[in-house]
Design a protein around this ligand. Sequence first.
Ligand code: GDP
Length: 460
Amino acid sequence: MFTSLSDRLTSTFRNLRSKGRLSESDVNKTIRDIRLALLDADVALPVVKEFTSSVRERALGAEVSEALNPAQQVVKIVNDELTSILGGDTRTIRFAKSGPTVIMLAGLQGAGKTTLAGKLAYWLKDQGHTPMLVAADLQRPNAVTQLEVVGERAGVPVFAPERGNIGGHDAVGPTGEGTRSFGDPVAVSRDGIREAVSRQHDVVIVDTAGRLAVDADLMRQAGDIRAAINPDEVLFVIDAMIGQAAVETAEAFLEGVDFTGVVLSKLDGDARGGAALSVAGVTGRPIMFASTGEGVKDFEVFHPDRMASRILDMGDVLTLIEQAEKAFDRAQAAEMERKFLAAEDFTFDDFLQQMSAIKKMGSLKSMLKMMPGMGQMSAQLDALDEREFDRVEAMVRSMTPFERNHPKQINGSRRARIAGGSGVTVSEVNQLLERFGEAQKMMKQLARGGGIPGMPGMPG
Ligand code: GDP
């Protein structure tokens, strides 16, 4: 997703970076390149126009001419404007003050609504909510079964009309309260919410039917459901792969049903990104979530600012920080900081702690890929051998506690023993100790100079 747009934009900025001052023609050329890159990525024309005109206005203003580094300032402006097109601030579900929060899903058939229902339920449940799913997609008998499967995976109950009655009328409902057309999605939705209230679920997610293309019947049905259940949120689910058609579809749903937020699905695919960049801009509704696979956990809150910096290959530093916060032990981190500030020696024990924290964060490669500028290096990163880290860890684990805390005392015979214990050569142990010594020195210099601690001792 966004790879080719990202490549185009970063190469545009690379040309710019070699320049100290920017002339008006430099700015115009940059904007022309950005415009073409966006159009090639299937971004809707009105969005492209608005985007480039705000960038041009700011890029020719004082903000850039007075900047220390004009090229970087332009990148910052593009980043700001991209964030704003993607919806600005991060926004997720707004919960009802009383009674269950009702979330209705709308979108074309195949957009990913049913799959999303499960992901959203799973995500909500993880946060301590007690969601229930309602199967109001009665267009395809399969859809109800599919929602039940999804509900089971997410571990949440599903309210569905009894099988055999789908599409039929005057059938007896699951609550057995007399005749009602359970083939009627409006009635099913209403009953589902009543059921959720009586079972004290705090969120109800209503899955509705889609068609392959926008049509009047579909819109009427979705509009009727909306009127009947008065949802707190209506999420319009759109397949990021549909390209240019995204805008038209979004506009039709905005008019026909109205929605409060957008969910982009199939962001794991190789779509060019136009849908993502257009829909929020054209409809004025925020993108709230992204669906990134078929599994129940392939789902994330959409952060416009992070997406923008990912596109510009500025790295997803915020995500990295969040992951780090989850993996790092606060007490350990505080101890590290104390040692660092006191310019105490960084030891192999500290190193082991850091390694295990990094491992908790996932693979080293996936972490490195989130760092600024690394998008250019993905081929090298793919070639990186994670086993190298295992070898280093094995060497450290072969050291005695004394050795880990006094690396300078590791003499020849100790080195031979460590090499033997970890299955490496003595020269590899020598290399590790040498690099570690340098890292220790660097840490001390940084600490005295008040810099920030890095990740010392890393191989390679
Ligand atoms: P609905 O008709 O809107 O309910 O769409 P479905 O939820 O049935 O999804 C249609 C197809 O897309 C199914 O095969 C899903 O497994 C698949 N799908 C849904 N979301 C994603 C996603 O984020 N990534 C990928 N790769 N496939 C998805």
